[in-house]
Design a protein around this ligand. Structure first.
Ligand code: CTP
Length: 400
C-alpha cells in the first residue's frame, strides 16, 4: 500500500544552522518513506554537514553551487524546481527566511524557491531572541500570507545553552507538515473528518480504571491518512502512548462519557465520523471519590452501568463508519452492528488473527456494508485507513 511520500519529489533545503545535522534524519525518513529527495544546501550549511552525507542518505544529487560551470547541478536545479512536489527548508535560519521573504536568490535554496510552484514548508531554527525579533516575525508572517507553512520552532534547549523558542521542530512534526502540504489538494480537501481512537478509561476510584487493549494505532493511521488527502481532521483520542499527529486537531479524553461529548461537538459541520476507538460498554456506576482500600473480605464487586452508544448518537447526515473487533462470528456480529447503528459501513476485524488488531502495525479487515462483504488482505494500518477513506470519498461524492 503506498503512503503519502511514495514517488513524490521532495526538495530539502538545508541552511546554515547547527540544527543542519537533524536534516540528515529528515532526509533519511523521507527516503525510507519512498520519496525522491534532492537536498539543496546553502554555502553555510556545508560547514555543518557535508553534501556527501546527504548524497549517501538519499542516493540523489545534492545541489551546493549554482555558479560552478562544470557542475551538472547548476543546470539541473531548474529541472528539480519544475518537477518538485514540495520544497521544505529545514533548518531555515533567520537569514534564509529573510531572503525567502524578499525574493532574493543567491543560493540553491532561494533560487529554487523562486523557480518552483510547489508548496513551501519552512522549519525555522535559531536563537530565541532572533525568532522573537520583529524583523523575523514580519518575514515569517509575510511568507505565511503567501501560502507557506511554518512548522515550529519548538521550545527547548538551544545551541547557546539557553532555553527558549527556536529549536527545530521534531522530525515527525516536520514529516507531518510535508505530508499535509503534499495532500492539500487531495480528494478530501474541504472536508472535515472526525476520528476516534484508543481505549477509553472508566474510573473506579482516583487511581484505578477499567480499560482495554486498544493501542490507538488504527485511529491515528486514519487521522493521518485523511490529513494526507487534504481533510481537516479532528482526532478524539482516549489515552495512548502515541504522539499527536502533526496537522491534526487532536482532542484528549479519558472516559466514554468524555468521548461522547467531544465526538458530538466535533461532528457539528463535519462530513464523516469514523469510530475506531474501543469505547467501554459499561462504566462504574459510582466511582469512589477516594482510593478504595483493601478490606478483610476476599471479594469485591464493582457495579457497572451501560454507556451511551456514541456512534448511534452521531448525526445521520454524516457518513458514519464503525469498527467491530470480534473473536467469533465476525461477519454476523458486524452485520448486526451495521443495522443497529445504521452505519454506512463497518470495518470488522478478527482479533484472533496473528499480526492483526490490537497493538499490531498491520490489520486484516473485512468491510461489511449494505452492498456486501469485502475481504481485504493483511496490510499496514495506514493501508487499511486508505481503503476506508476511498469508500468514504465515494459515499461523499454520491451524496452530492
Ligand atoms: N461504540 C460507540 N459507543 C459505545 C460503544 C461502541 O460508539 N459506547 C462504537 C465503537 O467505537 C465501534 C462500534 O461502536 O466503532 C462497535 O463497537 P463494539 O464495542 O464492538 O460494539 P458493541 O455494539 O458495543 O458490541 P459488543 O461490545 O457486544 O461486541
Amino acid at each position: 500500500m503506498s503512503g503519502p511520500f511514495d514517488g513524490k519529489r521532495v526538495l530539502l533545503g538545508v541552511s546554515g544552522s547547527i540544527a543542519a545535522y537533524k536534516a540528515i534524519d529528515i532526509a533519511s525518513k523521507l527516503t525510507q518513506a519512498g520519496a525522491i529527495v534532492n537536498v539543496l544546501m546553502s554555502p553555510a550549511a556545508t560547514h555543518f554537514v557535508t553534501p556527501l552525507t546527504f548524497r549517501s542518505m538519499t542516493h540523489q544529487d545534492v545541489v551546493t553551487d549554482l555558479f560552478d560551470l562544470h557542475s551538472r547541478q547548476a543546470i539541473e536545479h531548474v529541472a528539480l524546481a519544475k518537477d518538485a512536489d514540495v520544497l521544505i527548508v529545514a533548518p531555515a535560519t533567520a537569514h534564509t527566511i529573510a531572503k525567502l521573504a524578499l525574493g532574493l536568490a543567491d543560493d540553491p535554496i532561494t533560487v529554487t524557491a523562486l523557480a518552483t510552484s510547489a508548496p513551501l514548508v519552512i522549519a525555522p531554527a535559531m536563537d530565541a531572541n532572533m525568532w522573537h525579533h520583529p524583523a523575523v516575525r514580519a518575514n515569517a508572517d509575510l511568507l505565511v500570507s503567501r501560502g507557506a507553512t511554518i512548522i515550529g520552532p519548538g521550545e527547548g534547549r538551544l545551541a547557546s545553552g539557553l532555553m527558549g523558542w527556536g529549536r527545530l521542530a521534531e522530525t515527525p512534526e516536520i514529516i507531518g507538515a510535508i505530508a499535509t502540504a503534499l495532500g492539500a489538494h487531495g480528494d478530501l480537501a474541504g472536508r472535515t473528518i472526525v476520528v476516534s481512537a484508543g481505549g477509553t478509561q472508566e474510573a473506579i476510584d482516583p487511581v484505578r480504571v477499567i480499560t482495554n487493549r486498544s493501542s490507538g494505532k488504527m485511529g491515528y493511521a486514519i487521522a493521518e491518512a485523511a490529513r494526507d488527502r487534504g481533510a481537516s481532521v479532528v482526532l478524539v483520542t482516549a489515552p495512548t502512548s502515541l504522539n499527536d499527529p502533526s496537522g491534526v486537531d487532536t482532542r484528549h479524553v479519558e472516559s466514554a462519557s468524555d468521548m461522547l461529548s467531544a465526538v458530538l461537538s466535533a461532528c457539528e459541520g463535519a462530513d464523516a465520523v469514523i469510530m475506531a476507538a474501543a469505547v467501554a460498554d459499561y462504566t462504574p456506576t459510582h466511582p469512589a471519590a477516594d482510593k478504595v482500600k483493601k478490606s478483610a473480605t476476599d471479594e469485591l464487586s464493582v457495579h457497572l452501568t451501560k454507556t451511551v452508544d456514541i456512534l448511534s448518537a452521531t448525526p445521520r447526515n454524516l457518513v458514519r463508519v464503525g469498527f467491530a473487533a470480534e473473536s467469533t462470528n465476525l461477519i454476523r456480529y458486524a452485520q448486526t452492528k451495521l443495522e443497529a447503528k445504521a452505519l454506512d459501513f463497518i470495518v470488522a476485524n478478527d482479533i484472533t488473527v496473528p499480526d492483526s488488531g490490537f497493538g499490531a502495525d498491520t490489520n486484516k479487515v473485512t468491510i461489511v456494508s449494505h452492498e456486501g462483504v469485502e475481504d481485504l488482505p493483511m496490510m499496514s494500518k495506514y493501508g487499511v485507513a486508505v481503503e476506508i477513506l476511498d469508500r468514504i470519498v465515494a459515499r461523499l461524492a454520491a451524496k452530492r
